[in-house]
Design a protein around this ligand. Structure first.
Ligand code: NAD
Ligand code: 6OD
Length: 472
């Protein structure tokens, strides 16, 4: 039974709802749903804890984050178990990507916060400097695709900046957040500094939390339309928001690219995590001389992946149905299916879909414009660099793009012309946690990462002093 964690205590209140193992479709958990009263207690506990936590020297908060990072490593297998049970992701991926990022996130923010210099500005006769104070109580609302990675990415930065946190994990993946709360409790993190409430979004814990008057800022990762709903909910109180939202990311493969690397990179960028990463490539544009070869090789790998015992299922039956509806839509829009397009055999009641490669659709098709969030891409040829850039940029989203080329000048030129928050060249999802992370347009508001996170999770006050002698 998954409970809430409030003021250092486990709270078993609210109706329970089931969790399912996406690999089998079998019920594997029950979770308490927080009503407004439970959410209010969590926010109140966070408010009470705030002065003590915010008043600690930053070096002490950093030390807390390092202690918690150590404890995440000690509880590594528990975290892997929770993440795999909730998401059905391959154990090897949870062990190498999702769970190690928890400790890495906490250590990165601990280091950056502890070493961050204060700003001072001098003019003749004038000294100004900034004092940073935490936002206060921060609501952290995260999705189901990379639950622990995304939770720790926000919670670590918010805590080290001196905020008290109320976390709402996705209703589909509450497990690793419960282990994180247990880690905090056992480590003796002061009560109320980190609270976890469970439940759904609209009309449930997510909405009760983000609209609660005691919350001073909201950091959210999830769908763009959920971002809009949260924004409407906080508009009257003009609360600061940081949003990491959806994507419709382009991959550009130039004819001069190392084709082996580009095919392997495209396989990763389209199919990792069942395509359920906001950074995944859903639109591939390949320069005409290598288009046929590239498309054939990608389709062959996609077909092979359908037989992989570790094929990652979709998170839920509902999400599987949504992805399959895009497979059907592609056919009705006139696509040619190069690989996949259906449900793989022999997976019982698991929520699997076939890795799928589509081609032949116009740029205006819904498949080329809407985020599908599954193991699927559309591949189309292009002729010129200018055409490739224009195709990549013609989207309501602006999160990430990937370029494959051996031409250094082209790499810089195209990267500079792409309208997205992140551009990878000859790689994908390679992260330096100090860099700004986020997107343009429907892909989000603001940037997190390194000092950019610390900037969001704190407010500067500028103090200006006249150095002239006071007149008598
Ligand atoms: P979602 O928006 O449905 O839910 C995310 C979280 O918000 C969940 O905890 C949910 O309960 C909560 N929520 C939903 N409605 C709410 C409301 N009205 N008020 C408050 N909380 C609410 O997203 P999802 O389906 O869990 O995740 C998939 C989406 O997330 C995809 O669109 C993906 O691109 C996006 N995503 C973006 C990034 C990024 O960094 N840009 C990272 C991961 C996922
Ligand atoms: O790597 C990260 O820090 C990050 N925020 C990744 C987001 C992935 C989206 O699904």
């Amino acid at each position: 039974m998954i409970r809430h964690f409030i003021d250092g205590e486990w709270v078993a209140e609210g109706e329970t709802f089931p969790g399912y193992d996406p690999r089998t479709g079998a019920e594997n958990a029950r979770v308490h749903e927080a009503g407004p009263g439970v959410v209010d207690r969590a926010v109140t506990a966070a408010r009470r804890a705030l002065p003590g936590w915010a008043g600690l020297p930053v070096a002490e908060r950093s030390a807390w984050l390092r202690r918690l990072a150590d404890a995440m490593e000690e509880r590594f297998e528990d975290l892997v178990d929770a993440e795999v049970a909730d998401t059905g992701k391959p154990r090897a991926q949870a062990r190498t990507l999702d769970i190690p990022r928890g400790a890495a996130n906490f250590r990165t923010f601990a280091d950056i916060a502890a070493q961050r210099p204060d700003n001072a500005y001098h003019l003749p006769g004038t000294l100004s400097y900034t004092v940073r104070r935490p936002l206060g109580v921060v609501a952290v609302v995260v999705p189901w695709n990379l639950p622990f990675l995304l939770t720790t990415w926000k919670v670590g930065a918010a805590l080290v900046a001196g905020n008290a946190v109320v976390l709402k994990p996705s209703e589909l993946t509450p497990g690793s957040a419960a282990v994180l709360a247990d880690i905090a409790a056992r480590a003796g993190l002061p009560s109320g500094v980190l609270n976890v409430v469970n439940g759904f979004g609209a009309g449930s814990a997510g909405e009760f939390l983000t609209t609660h008057p005691g919350v001073d800022g909201v950091t959210f990762t999830g769908e763009s339309r959920t971002g809009s709903a949260i924004m409407r909910g906080v508009a009257d109180r003009v609360k600061p928001v940081s949003f990491e939202l959806g994507g419709k990311n382009a991959g550009l493969v130039f004819a001069d690219a190392d084709l082996d690397a580009a095919v392997a990179g495209a396989v990763r960028s389209v199919f990792t995590n069942g395509g359920q990463v906001c950074l995944c490539t859903e639109r591939l544009y390949v320069q005409r001389p290598v288009f046929e070869e590239f498309a054939g090789r990608l389709a062959k790998r996609a077909a092979e992946l359908a037989h992989d015992g570790d094929l990652m299922p979709m998170i839920s039956a509902e999400h599987r149905d949504k992805v399959l509806s895009y497979y059907r839509l592609a056919l009705s829009e006139g696509a040619t299916v190069l690989a996949g397009g259906g449900v793989p055999s022999g997976r019982g009641k698991g929520y699997h879909v076939e890795p799928t490669v589509l081609t032949g659709l116009p740029h205006s098709s819904r498949v080329n414009r809407e985020e599908m969030f599954g193991p699927v891409c559309h591949i189309a040829p292009f002729d010129t660099e200018a055409e490739a850039v224009s195709l990549a940029n013609d989207s309501e989203y602006g999160l990430a793009a990937t370029l494959w080329t051996r031409d250094l000048s082209r790499a810089h030129r195209v990267a500079g012309a792409i309208e997205a928050g992140l551009v990878w060249v000859n790689t994908w999802f390679l992260r330096d946690l100090r860099t700004p992370f986020g997107g343009l347009r429907l892909s989000g508001i603001g940037r997190e990462g390194g000092v950019h996170s610390l900037d969001f999770y704190s407010e500067p006050t500028t103090v200006t002093i006249s150095l002239e002698p006071a007149s008598e």
